[in-house]
Design a protein around this ligand. Structure first.
Ligand SMILES: [Zn+2]
Ligand SMILES: [Zn+2]
Ligand SMILES: [Zn+2]
Length: 331
């Protein structure tokens, strides 16, 4: 696998020749259950409040895309740039139980997972080579789910992924003009208009974006400005419980529409080594605002929108939010 930079968009893509059937799916017993016979390489355990030895844990991905060892070997080829896939690739085991997902766990358990995610991101950002840490979860066959155990994945890369890069550039431009954070302005307007707010819970809000890429796209954001998820006070149990509850309830709502989704956390890039060419770090604490994006996969319609150049959502955000707000959820 190799990283290549698109000379037009200046974003990196990972490419290589893989078997047509995709990455090999793990066979046999679950790798991540506490009694698993195959030992996973554990990176960090989060203790639990009960008698269990851990509540959430991070392990090295069994077939990682990014490897921590080696040199990036960044090199030019005419106008093109390429480098090796150096970085880190971890699996975050969300829960000890094989059947406790983010929508049917206790808020305490989800809170442990959120804390683990924050701790891992913080730790990886201390590696001076790392520019960005992505946390994501793909659930369902069409979403590219890899493991049956409740897990999320984390990649640490020497570059900022494309969508985040666009958001950073846009956030900075907005800030340069208005000296305000665009995300804070969105939250204020959404709270005022109350058209696309799904639910608020303490310091967090779930809303349908004004211009959705897919039907029922949902964002979860802190209502008060904070650029980095991992600095968001997740060590404060009250904050964590509110975010855990909002995440759980939002996923329950989405699951009344479809079981399959992509979830991704967008947080600020590492500020350990400011990039001269991008210059996005200067006002980053003021112009970027962390958030979680949930992109439901409506499998029957998947093909109709994923391959289009312009995202087409056949359901408006207002209609989607009305449905999600009214969804019967467990509590
Ligand atoms: Zn399991
Ligand atoms: Zn903000
Ligand atoms: Zn985003």
């Amino acid at each position: 696998m190799e990283l290549r930079k698109d000379p037009i968009t200046r974003s990196w893509v990972i490419t290589g020749d893989e078997p047509a059937e995709g990455r090999p799916k793990p066979q046999g017993p679950c790798l991540f259950c506490p009694d698993s016979p195959s030992a996973a390489h554990v990176i960090a355990d989060l203790p639990s409040s009960g008698s269990a030895p851990w509540s959430a844990r991070s392990v090295v991905h069994p077939s990682p895309i990014y490897h921590i060892e080696g040199e990036p070997g960044r090199r030019g080829d005419g106008l093109y740039d390429r480098m090796h896939a150096v970085g880190a690739h971890e699996v975050l085991v969300e829960n000890r139980s094989h059947d406790r997902q983010l929508w049917n766990s206790s808020d305490e358990d989800i809170g442990y997972f959120l804390r683990l995610a924050a701790e891992r991101i913080l730790d990886l950002k201390h590696d001076a080579r790392i520019k960005y840490v992505s946390l994501y979860k793909d659930f369902g066959t069409h979403a590219g789910q890899e493991f049956s155990h409740p897990t999320s994945q984390l990649t640490a890369t020497l570059f900022v992924p494309r969508r985040v890069l666009y958001e950073l550039r846009a956030g900075r431009e907005y800030f340069l003009g208005k000296e305000r954070c665009v995300f804070c302005d969105i939250i204020q307007q959404e709270e005022r208009q109350a058209l696309r707010v799904i639910e608020s819970r303490g310091d967090y809000i779930a809303l349908g974006p004004f211009a959705p890429r897919v039907p029922y796209e949902t964002w979860i954001l802190p209502r008060n400005h904070e650029a980095a998820f991992e600095r968001t006070g997740l060590n404060r149990p009250g904050l964590r419980t509110n975010l855990a509850a909002l995440l759980r309830r939002t996923l329950q709502r989405i699951r009344t529409i479809t079981e399959e989704f992509h979830l991704v956390l967008h947080t600020s890039p590492s500020s350990m080594h400011p990039s001269r060419s991008l210059g996005y770090w200067k006002t980053i604490d003021e112009d970027y605002h962390w958030h979680i994006e949930i992109l439901p996969v409506l499998s029957s319609k998947a093909r109709s929108y994923t391959f289009k150049e312009v995202y087409y959502s056949p359901v408006s955000s207002e209609a989607a939010v009305a449905t999600l707000r009214a969804a019967q959820i467990e509590g």
